[in-house]
Structure formats: C-alpha cells, structure tokens
Ligand binder design. Structure first.
Ligand code: 5RP
Length: 216
C-alpha cells in the first residue's frame, strides 16, 4: 500500500518542514488538494504552489483537482511538475478528452469519483487511466469520517479491474486512519491518502509507521 500524505492538514506556515517529515518517513506520494471554491466550497492552492514544492522532494506529486472545467488547468499543473493529475468525473462534460489531454502531456492520469456517483460513469475511461481515486468522504474538507458504504464501491472497482485485467492503482481519500486503511486494503485499494491522521499529531512519522503496521 502506497501512502499519500495530504498537505491540506499541514501547517502552511511551515510547509517545507511538513513535506520533508513525510518524505523522510518514507511516504511514496504527496497529495496536493486543489480546490476552486466552486466545485467544492473551499479554496486552496494553485499551480504556483506545486511549482514551489517540486524542488523540495522526489515524492510523486499527486495533484487532486477539485475544480470545475479542469481542462483549463491541466497544462499549467503539468508544467509545474505534477506527476499525477486527478480530475473529477462530475466536474467536466468531457472526461475522456481530459484524460487524453493529461496523458498527452506525459503525466499520469487519474479519474476521481465522489461518494454519490456510480462507477458506471467512469467505465469508459478505465482502460486509459493510471489511477482511480474513490472519495471516501464528500470532497472539500479534511478531518471528516470515512463513509463505510464506500468499501463496497472499492470491492466492485477491484472486481472490474481483475476481470478486465486493467492496470490502474485504486486510491482512497478521506477519513483514512489505522483502521479504515486496513479495510480499504482488504477491498483492493493500493494507495491511501491521509491528512488529519498524519498532520494533526505531534509526531507525523509515528502516524505513518502506524499506517504501515496496519497494512502489513
Ligand atoms: O480531498 C480531500 C478533501 O476533499 C483530502 O485529501 C482528504 O479529506 C484528506 O483529509 P483527511 O485524511 O483528514 O480526511
């Protein structure tokens, strides 16, 4: 199970320190939540922040775009150094085209799906994507509780992946802790995002170790 600490819960006045601590603890990805105040009722970072983070770490920069009309922003995030760009199926009328646009720029493409959206809506892009992000909370804020019904969705997606022999990672995001990560792993998740569990602690390294222990 790869870990993707979400800097949404980091201390923005000490972002470099909070990035380095999870890097040194062995996290494979760094999760960067981009929110536009329209698709979700919150505002966070732009591509300039991704550009500033890029030289600080070799971790995979896992950029989750919670923005309307994501096609407008793909190029600037690719230029800024994003390794993975995730777009919500609910945020565009042209999900197939946006995934193609990301891949053309040499960046890994991810489709993201909200808790209330059916897997049926992403079926057409599954052969194309490098990662599928199943939101296990309603997007917009850190520190929410894992929605237990999402386990069935992860199971179903994993079954489709096995039957069709697809080659994408299944990422989960929202309410991940040392219990829910275990359940997600059992259902077939291969990457876990965790924000408040890691950063709302005096010892993020210990929290990462606990997540590792739970998924051994
Ligand atoms: O995408 C997100 C919110 O929309 C965050 O990545 C997610 O909520 C992580 O926070 P936490 O681990 O505290 O639930």
């Amino acid at each position: 199970m790869k870990l993707s600490p979400s800097i949404l819960s980091a201390n923005f006045a000490n972002l470099e320190k909070d990035i380095k601590v999870v890097d040194q603890a062995g996290a494979e990805y760094l999760h960067i939540d981009i929110m536009d105040g329209h698709f979700v009722p919150n505002l966070t970072f732009g591509a300039n922040v991704v550009e500033a983070i890029r030289p600080l770490t070799k971790m995979v920069l896992d950029c989750h775009l919670m923005v309307e009309n994501p096609e407008t922003y793909i190029e600037e995030f690719a230029k800024a150094g994003a390794d993975i760009i995730g777009v919500h199926v609910e945020a565009t009328a042209h999900i197939f085209g946006v995934i193609q646009q990301i891949k053309k720029l040499g960046v890994k493409a991810e489709v993201v799906i909200n808790p209330g959206t059916s897997l049926e809506t992403i079926k057409q892009v599954l052969p194309l994507v490098d990662q599928v992000l199943i939101m296990t909370v309603n997007p917009g804020f850190g520190g929410q509780s894992f929605i237990p019904e999402m386990k069935r969705k992860i199971d179903q997606l994993d079954r489709i992946k096995q039957v069709q022999n697809y080659d994408f990672d299944i990422e989960v995001d929202g309410g991940i802790n040392d219990q829910t990560i275990k359940e997600c792993l059992e259902s077939g998740a291969t990457v876990a995002v965790a924000g408040s569990y890691i950063y709302n602690s005096d010892n993020p390294t210990e929290q990462i170790n606990k997540l590792r222990e739970s998924t051994k």
